[in-house]
Design a protein around this ligand. Sequence first.
Ligand SMILES: [Mg+2]
Length: 224
Amino acid sequence: MTPFDAVLFDLDGTLCRRTQNTEQLYRETFARAGVEPFGDPRSLWGELSGPPDHDDQAGYLGRGFARLAAQHDRPEVDPLALGRAMATLTDDSEVALCPGSPAALDSADDTAQLGLVTNGPERRQRVKLDTLGITDRFDTRVYAFDLPRRKPHAGPFDRALDTLDVAPERALHVGNSLPYDIAGAHNAGLAAAWLTDGDDPAPYDPEYVLESVAEVDTLLTGSQ
Ligand SMILES: [Mg+2]
């Protein structure tokens, strides 16, 4: 008997990653906004705090550009215009599966029901899933942006498990964000597998710490 009747996956940074050329995206952002370039993508990412804000991607990026503009002494710049330009130019079809994702999905599919629990909106996440060719791999898909509450609230997990008719203690959630995926899974009563970035997970306490999503296969098949 396998330890889980359902395995839920996060999408961004767990099953897939962006492949868009960031140098080119950065250059085109400034060209589109009509702003003389400053900074570089690496320093912008460094100024972006927390995971992407799906409600307000332009504002999220704009706040990063605002900090960068201050560092470069460019008070005349409208950072929100840069944020809007970058949000518009970001292509959700430029994604690739993380190494090990296909094997993870296969073993989860072989041993349990399969769910997707993402905080993004369906209109954006479907572009990624369809590009990756994995839309139909899931027995249920929850796009929490379109729900009243998102991860780390229990709501999106409850929704997935209700659909699959699986109790939380028989389910595992796999994700890369401690405050959203791991905290969320625990709020809903699921076991949690964290894709480590090397940081100390405390105060979060995932049951499993994985170096890569490829290890989901070992976790599921090795413990039968
Ligand atoms: Mg993620």
